[in-house]
Design a protein around this ligand. Structure first.
Ligand code: ADP
Ligand code: MG
Length: 533
């Protein structure tokens, strides 16, 4: 295939549902249906012997074969293995994501022919480790990942396209500011953006990777289970298949409550059965605290962007859970504006990703970019250093959160002891001053320092943080030839050999499933020499 007819494809790899879109001949984003004929595919994998079944059938199997089903692997990206073994086997979460991507690729190829290049989206709040894991999932599924972009940015691009801001006339429009509120199945994400001509700038972003529609479902599950226990002194949640069936019932009931004022949920277990009626009012009461958490984060993010509600031109709704009427009601009260859901809430992200893929492919052909995206980092990045005064380890931040990317930042530290042989620079992500409360993302070691190096020798640490959330670190030691530059050595990702083995296995070119071990390959320590700030 030549570069020129490479289709522009974008994938919204969601926690609970995924979608694929491409750009058609007229330049418009179109969602591709899957083999079952649906616009969205459940991000669920069922293992049956050597077969991995993805999507609707896997979701259904939660009611009968819960033990063999993997859901919400996206929530566990960054962990070594998925929390539950399947058919006695362990999987890295990114491999489970790769099974989902592989199905999406095969189903899309039936309509647009084989393709490899894609843009995959991630929550803006994803840290560096989870972005890398997502990129790896794309690789294992046989893709060449053109870029990883933030879901709210993608949604804003899709919205901008629909509203015509992206055409030539649109570019002269006054800048507009918007807030993207994305409540999906497993994650919540809020981002404040500014569209200036053809530039999309993120001003501030925040979110919660452990909050989404499924938490709302669980409130219904618990409510029904408690009613059941009151009658029968039996907990239907203790059996995984019954719990799975009850969850499916409750998720369905939740959707009904978005359209109707009440719903009746049935639950049967060990030959006992009950029906529980739930009104929309009751449901809203059961989940009020979850909604409040999104409200709190939304206010904070607006404040972090230095704006008030009056500064915003609109509030964009994204994600299936924004169909719950209480979401729009809360945002209407908060913002005094009518929230906008004009781009289908579960297609907007995939559409924006496809538009972004189209922009990258055009740029690779030498065309001028039609849209420019500017991101901010969602977590502070720093290094662990010893506080000279207190002798305590501290997180010394180099790049504070919500800094516009790309950015380069430097900070000077000092060697701790005279004749120190090596320097260990541990890179962490997080807001806390205590390193233990931050996420370790990697380390650099400078070895074989001159024996006569005095204590307090300056060490410069420089971070270059790219648009796509990838970090490069330079360490240089004053008065020596030591200069170290590398993409991080990571504590918690698969090796290239492991990635290749999984890629062959997932693409069906190798029968043997790659070995998964829980034990960390201990990072080459070599340097334990502290640095002080
Ligand atoms: P993600 O991107 O996190 O996978 P989506 O944006 O696809 O999530 O949203 C999926 C969530 O939306 C699920 O929790 C689902 O139950 C919920 N959802 C979908 N439609 C409705 C509806 N009509 N009312 C309430 N919730 C809904
Ligand atoms: Mg989503």
């Amino acid at each position: 295939m030549t570069e020129d007819n490479t289709p522009a494809v974008g994938i919204d790899l969601g926690t609970t549902y995924s979608a694929v879109a491409y750009i058609d001949d007229t330049g418009r984003p179109i969602t591709l249906v899957n083999a079952e004929g649906d616009l969205v595919t459940p991000s669920v994998v069922l293992f049956e012997g050597d077969l991995a079944v993805v999507g609707k059938e896997a979701l259904k199997a939660i009611a009968t074969e819960a033990e063999h089903v993997a859901q919400c692997a996206k929530r566990e990206l960054g962990d070594r293995t998925f929390h539950k073994p399947l058919l006695g086997r362990k999987y890295p979460p990114e491999a489970l994501q790769a099974f989902v991507l592989n199905k999406l690729r095969q189903d899309a190829a039936r309509q647009i022919g084989d393709f490899k290049k894609v843009v995959i989206t991630v929550p803006a709040y994803f840290d560096e480790v989870r972005r890398k894991a997502t990129q790896d999932a794309g690789y294992m599924a046989g893709f060449e990942v053109l870029d990883i972009i933030n879901e709210p940015t993608a949604a804003a691009i899709a919205h901008g396209f629909l509203k015509g801001f992206l055409n030539k006339q649109g570019e002269s429009n006054a800048p507009r500011k918007l807030l993207v509120y994305d409540l999906g199945g497993g994650t919540f994400d809020v981002t404040v953006m500014e569209i200036r001509g053809n530039e999309f700038l993120a001003l501030a972003t925040d979110g919660d990777v452990q909050l989404g529609g499924q938490d709302f479902d669980m409130r219904l599950v618990d409510y029904v289970a408690q009613e059941f226990m009151r009658t029968y002194q039996l907990d239907p949640r203790e059996d995984p298949n019954t719990a799975g069936r009850l969850w499916r019932e409750c998720e369905d009931a939740k959707r009904t409550l978005s359209a109707r004022a009440k719903v009746s949920i049935s639950c049967d277990y060990k030959s006992q059965a009950t029906r529980v009626e739930v009104t929309r009012e009751k449901f809203e009461e059961l989940t009020q605290d979850l909604l409040n958490r999104t409200q709190f984060t939304t206010k904070q993010t607006l404040q972090a962007a230095g704006l008030t509600w009056n500064d915003l031109d609109y509030v964009l709704l994204v994600g299936g859970s924004t169909r719950m009427p209480m979401v729009a009601k809360m945002l209407r009260q908060l913002s005094g504006k009518e929230p906008d859901a004009s781009v289908a809430v579960d297609e907007a992200v995939a559409h924006g990703a496809a538009l972004h893929a189209g922009i990258i492919l055009a740029r690779n052909r030498g065309e001028a970019p039609s849209v420019v995206v500017r991101n901010v980092n969602s977590h502070s990045l720093g290094v662990v250093a010893t506080d000279a005064r207190t002798q305590r380890k501290r997180n010394a931040i180099l790049i504070p959160r919500n800094t516009a990317l790309p950015v380069t930042a430097r900070r000077v530290f000092r060697t701790q002891n005279a004749g120190q042989q090596s320097i260990l620079v541990r890179i962490v992500e997080g807001e806390s001053a205590t390193p233990a409360d931050c996420t370790p993302i990697g380390r650099c070691v400078v070895r074989d320092l001159p024996r006569d190096l005095p204590a307090q020798t300056p060490i410069e640490v420089r971070f270059s943080y790219q648009e796509n959330g990838r970090l490069t670190v330079h360490v240089s030691v004053a008065g020596t030839q030591h200069e170290l530059k590398h993409e991080l050595a990571r504590d918690n990702t698969l090796t290239q050999e492991q990635l290749d083995a999984w890629r062959l296995y997932i693409l069906g070119q190798q029968a043997e499933q790659p070995e998964v071990t829980d034990d960390y390959k201990p990072m080459e320590e070599g340097g334990s020499g502290s640095i002080t700030m």
